[in-house]
Ligand binder design. Structure first.
Ligand code: HEC
Ligand code: HEC
Length: 333
């Protein structure tokens, strides 16, 4: 019988077992899940090499102590981005630091300085960023951000490809010029790469084109004896940019419709409401815009029926009347 109280081998073995088990549960499994539940947004691109090195400088210099890179879904955060951040935004931040280290999350938790989610858009001036890093007081007199002078070097004479700082007289070195070091260049490349990627939206000018398309769909012969427009092409035109043509969605941004309990629910009220009014229920996904003003009852019914009968989904069809009764009546006194 094992007796860890007396047998040192059993004791060491048991502790090691618990250690391995805990590592799996606390570190390995969550990391793997995160890795799989995330994919790049359409329109996003991987960090270029310089920006990737800059990310390491950002981590090394501890910028995360004062800066966040996350737009929360609350009003005061609206200034930092055009939408709340979603997991897919961080897809490319997963580049490894080296063989042993995953790059840490740089979402941050302190906002002593502004959020940097879209600093590359808000302030795309390289010169500003160099000056600001060398001494923030040059460009923002009241700034309390530390100077990062060690990212720069003083040279007797600038070489051709050097980035020379045009400093005010009081900060100029006695001899020579201040030029940006490699780390400063990489860091600025990283800062300028920070931009929020726009989510796909369904074109607004689609409203005007709708009438035309409606006439077209009405002249094409409809499948079977259905009187509804073609749900498949309406889905393609309105929903597939986000939910993808195969209905599988995009992990970390848009949920799958294939196998979705909402789509396949016997009662179609929720899916119809989501299409009419939009949807923003979970932080792990972006926001869905409302389609109530863009689509007619017939079109929505056609899309719902398409989604409920494809990709392995199998739920009873709805009628335009089902949609009509869920529309919030306009101008209720
Ligand atoms: C002690 C806290 C602190 C640290 C550490 C810090 N900052 Fe800042 N940062 C601030 C404050 C406060 C501001 C606002 C005033 C200003 O613009 O200088 C700011 C502003 C900025 C801005 C301008 C943001 C905007 O919206 O205009 C950038 C870019 C920036 N910091 C980058 C960095 C980088 C890169 C690092 C690491 C090398 C860093 N900061 C480290 C406090 C800090
Ligand atoms: C701009 C991107 C976008 C477009 C376009 C879009 N959706 Fe969505 N949809 C979303 C997001 C994001 C969610 C999840 C929101 C949340 O849970 O916070 C969602 C959720 C849903 C859900 C709930 C699924 C579930 O299981 O949670 C349904 C059903 C749905 N959408 C149907 C549609 C239909 C039908 C269309 C076309 C008329 C459409 N969507 C167009 C982004 C979009």
């Amino acid at each position: 019988m094992l007796n860890p109280g007396k047998d040192h081998r059993a004791l060491a073995g048991l502790s090691f077992g618990v250690f391995v088990l805990l590592s799996l549960v606390v570190a390995v499994l969550p990391a793997t899940t995160m890795q799989e539940s995330n994919s790049p947004l359409p329109g996003s691109s991987p960090l270029l090499e310089a920006a990737q090195r800059g990310l390491k400088v950002y981590v090394r210099e501890g910028c995360v102590a004062c800066h966040t890179q996350q737009v929360r879904n609350i009003e005061m955060d609206n200034v930092w981005g055009s939408r709340p951040s979603i997991p897919a935004d961080y897809y490319y931040a997963k580049a490894r630091m080296d063989v042993w280290r995953q790059s840490p999350s740089i979402l941050g938790s302190e906002r002593t300085g502004p959020d940097l989610t879209s600093i590359g858009e808000r302030n795309p001036s390289e010169t500003w960023h160099y000056m600001h890093l060398y001494n923030p007081r040059i460009v923002v007199p009241e700034s309390i951000m530390p100077s990062y002078t060690w990212l720069f070097e003083v040279k007797e004479e600038a070489e051709e490809e050097d980035v020379v700082l045009n400093l005010p007289p009081s900060l100029k070195p006695a001899h020579g010029v201040v030029v940006a070091g490699n780390d400063a260049r990489d860091l600025v490349a990283y800062l300028l790469s920070l931009k929020q990627v726009d989510l796909p939206t369904v074109e607004r000018d689609f409203i005007s084109s709708r009438k035309k398309r409606k006439e077209e769909t009405q002249t094409t012969p409809l499948a079977g004896n259905s009187t509804l427009p073609d749900g498949a092409s309406l889905f393609q035109a309105n929903c597939a940019v986000c939910h993808q043509p195969d209905g599988r969605g995009l992990p970390g941004a848009f949920p799958p419709l294939a196998g979705s309990p909402i789509v396949t629910d016997e009662n179609a009220d929720t899916i119809i409401r989501i299409i009419l009014e939009g949807y923003d229920a979970r932080p792990e996904y972006a926001t869905m815009q409302p389609f109530g003003d863009l689509l007619t009852d017939e079109e929505i019914a056609a899309i719902v029926n398409f989604e409920r009968s494809h990709w392995g989904n199998n739920a009873p069809p709805v009628t335009p009347d089902d949609v009509k009764k869920l529309r919030v009546p306009a101008n209720v006194p």
